[in-house]
Design a protein around this ligand. Structure first.
Ligand code: COA
Ligand code: ADP
Length: 719
């Protein structure tokens, strides 16, 4: 709703009320229409200020309304009626003015923002475009190039940038509503014609065609198949080339073409999924999010390799003091230099002073005694990690939370080294840890909800998307990656090249195909794990063919590539070749192709033509199948958790909603049918065997994702 009152004698103050972000629900829209009418009809009133309750102007259209029938007054005429008022209307922007919120502000004649406010048109991130006139008014206000940038990326701008761009007229550190009221008083009686953006032409620009062509090309390239950014460019083009009424028509048409698309549904699902992952309850009835997290004032990190360094930076950037422990002197000195550099660059980017003194470097584990939370990030080696947990148990003060940054080892084994296993959790960061958004918080069977709550809250403070997962091998993300990579290797045996597989996956929308990704992260990592598991080498199971392990199909292709010292980008050779070690541009490697031919010849394999469809189905459906197993076994709370992990940390295209959402869009019956088909063709690949949960869901008529929990009802939740 919206509240109306008269202040300072002649200013009509309209306050939007819909906590927490004053989204423009039907009631709020009705409230605006009614209060604008009141302000118009009040002869004492000479100007109007629109603000939001609770220090937030407006978070935009109510996304929850998108699925159903829209009721209440529509947004476009409402904004026109604000713009048409013949008394100056001033938007007082605190907190955020996003999407429809900014569009309302653009309908006002003046905009005043608080210094900490953020503004933007993020519709593109929800698969939409700013279709309440935003795509037509913003270019008229700030020019085509700047509007294209904001609308196609959806990025939020600070008040300072908004002032520079000309989106707002004034920025204040004072009470924004008071300043806006004073401002409104000062402009009472002014001519408003030039302040109405719908009647203002776009600033002229030479060679508009060339600009749009270049932007369109760039947007298409980075959109990876997403349609909304392209529609956004087309809408801004309409603003630049058509009179306002026709531009609005075009905006409407373009919106209609994407509003009901699968991509918009997927992106809106991602928005809510990301918010839902922090809110599940335990089967015992305990809820971690109602457990009071422990205060963390001092943290420690053990092991300053790539991961440890990134974690130190991420912690220090939240303002925590950090003890950084590294046993090797030379490595410690290098880490100190690297961390200081990263902190300095980060501070510069954020426009704050660097605080290198927050980090204390040491070679002695005893120096972590006063830490409230310790994150271990040494080599991925169970024996070493166990030893460190034993030592930590001895040196840390009572109540210290002990975390491990393992990417898949058993957290409970580490917990068993301590007297307080309830204080042990996993914190699985992704490299580089100060940049990558995802954090898997691993809930061991003996971890307390409070320990998980503390790690989740710390993750949030670090700006991470934190997802609680159960303690199974590889947790959620890496566990699902295994069948995906396995299929990719089998496809090489059957006739594909790394280029073909990567193209098919990139065409699907992945940032990087599986082989380019392996080259980036290093082939040796997986090789070491397979060696430790006793899988590598030709004669693992006497009497078994080389391409089989315990009756299961096994591809030694990656092992053979590693045996050549080809570990990917860091060695300049892997599935591709690189100009020099460390260079990023993957080039086809004739050596690899003839190696594959030789390999196939040695094993009597006849290469066949493999389609993109087969690559996508085999790689993605086995991954999805494993996702169903994880849900069935209770290692993830719901499909939203899996999807959030894949979208935030594994380059899964957001406009496809994550693997589990994607499966529901494809149709579970279809996924099941294809898995059955491929399993029949490859009965020695257990990952292809459809999981029982998938079968149960299909038998229940393939309910939508948000209803899966009713079918899962895992009797053995691990969370
Ligand atoms: N419509 C409906 N609900 C919304 C909403 C919107 N436009 N914006 C936020 N919410 C809800 C969230 O779902 C969340 O609900 P929950 O508490 O039930 O989970 C709650 O408001 C708080 O949002 P959250 O994102 O957790 O808070 P925040 O302070 O971190 O961020 C915003 C606030 C406004 C920056 C962020 O919510 C946002 O980006 N919203 C979407 C803005 C947008 O895209 N608007 C254009 C719509 S077309
Ligand atoms: P990453 O995968 O993060 O690059 P590495 O495995 O290369 O990690 O680095 C782990 C770091 O942990 C190394 O710098 C190593 O010297 C350090 N380390 C190993 N054991 C200990 C220990 N007991 N105490 C402190 N640091 C250790």
């Amino acid at each position: 709703m919206a509240q109306y009152r008269r202040v300072s004698g002649s200013v009509g103050l309209i306050t939007l009320i819909n906590p927490p972000v004053n989204a423009l629900s039907a009631k709020v829209r009705q409230g605006i229409v009614d209060t604008v009418q009141r302000a118009l009809g009040d002869s004492e009133v000479k100007s109007v200020v629109i603000c939001g309750q609770g220090g937030v102007f407006c978070g935009g259209a109510d996304i929850k309304e998108f699925g159903g029938l829209m009721t209440g007054p529509p947004l476009i005429p409402m904004i026109h009626s604000i713009e048409a008022v013949d008394k100056p209307v001033v938007a007082a922007i605190e907190g955020v003015a996003l999407g429809g919120g900014l569009e309302v502000a653009l309908g006002c004649h003046y905009r005043i923002a608080h210094a900490k406010a953020r503004l933007g048109l993020p519709e593109v991130t929800l698969g939409l475009l700013p279709a309440a006139g935003g795509s037509q008014r913003l270019p008229r206000l700030i020019g085509v190039p700047a509007a294209l940038d904001l609308i196609t990326t959806g990025r939020h701008v600070t008040a300072a940038e908004a002032l520079r761009l000309g989106i707002v007229d004034e920025v204040t550190n004072q009470n924004t509503v008071d300043v806006a009221v004073k401002f409104a008083l000062s402009v009472e009686g002014r001519q408003l014609h030039s302040r109405r953006l719908s009647t203002t032409p776009c600033p002229r620009l030479d060679d508009l065609d060339a600009l749009f062509e270049e932007v369109m090309q760039r947007v298409k390239q980075s959109a990876r198949g997403a349609i909304a950014p392209v529609a956004c460019v087309q809408a801004v083009r309409a603003a630049a080339t058509l009179p306002y009424p026709q531009g609005m028509e075009r905006e409407k048409e373009l919106m209609a073409s994407i509003f009901h698309s699968g991509q918009a549904r997927a992106l809106q699902y991602c928005f809510f999924a990301q918010r839902a992952v922090g809110r599940w309850s335990l089967p015992t009835g305990a809820r971690w999010d109602t457990s009071e997290p422990r205060p963390v004032r001092k943290a420690a990190v053990i092991g300053l390799g790539t991961m440890g360094r990134g974690i130190v930076v991420a912690l220090a950037q939240t303002g925590l003091s950090v003890v950084a422990v590294e046993s090797q002197g030379q490595q410690l000195a290098q880490a100190k230099q690297a961390v200081s550099g990263m902190l300095e660059r980060g501070a510069r980017r954020r426009g704050v002073a660097p605080q290198p003194d927050l980090v204390r470097y040491t070679q002695s584990l005893r120096d972590v005694a006063e830490a409230d939370l310790v994150i271990e990030a040494v080599f991925e080696n169970m024996a070493l990690k166990r030893e460190i947990f034993k030592q930590l148990d001895a040196v840390c003060k009572p109540g210290t939370l002990l975390c491990t940054n393992t990417s898949g080892l058993d957290v409970d084994q580490l917990a068993s080294q301590t007297r307080h296993p309830e204080l042990v959790v996993g914190m699985h960061f992704f490299a580089p840890a100060h940049v990558m958004k995802l954090l898997e918080v691993v809930y061991g069977p003996r971890s307390s909800p409070q320990a998980v709550a503390t790690a989740m809250q710390l993750g949030k403070k670090m700006g991470k998307v934190s997802v609680a997962v159960g303690n199974c091998r590889g947790f959620v993300g890496n566990r699902m990656l295994k069948p995906y990579m396995e299929q990719a290797n089998f496809l090489l045996e059957e006739g594909a090249t790394p280029e073909l597989v990567d193209q098919a996956l990139e065409e699907f929308g992945f940032a990087m195909g599986v082989f380019r990704m392996s080259d980036l992260s290093g082939l040796d990592v997986g090789w070491r794990v397979r060696q430790a598991d006793g899988l590598t080498g030709p004669d693992v199971t006497p009497g078994q063919p080389e391409r089989s392990r315990q009756g299961r199909r096994y591809s030694p292709v990656a092992d053979l590539v590693c045996e050549q010292g080809r570990f990917g980008q860091k060695t300049g050779r892997g599935w591709y070749q690189y100009e020099k070690p460390g260079s990023r541009e993957a080039k086809s490697d004739p050596w690899l192709h003839s190696f594959l031919e030789g390999y196939r010849a040695r094993h009597g394999l006849v290469a066949r033509r493999i389609s993109h469809q087969e690559v996508q189905e085999r790689c993605l459906y086995t991954m999805i199948n494993e996702g169903f197993r994880i849900l069935d076994e209770g290692f993830a709370a719901g499909p939203e958790d899996i999807d959030t992990i894949y979208v935030s940390g594994y380059g899964w295209p957001r406009h496809r909603g994550g693997p589990m959402f994607y499966a529901s869009m494809v149709g579970l019956a279809r996924v099941l049918e294809r898995l059955e088909h491929y399993h029949q063709a490859h009965p020695d690949v257990p990952y292809l065997e459809p999981c029982s949960l998938l079968r149960r869901l299909v038998a229940c008529g393939s309910p939508p994702v948000h209803k899966w929990r009713e079918v899962i009802r895992s009797p053995h939740s691990q969370l």
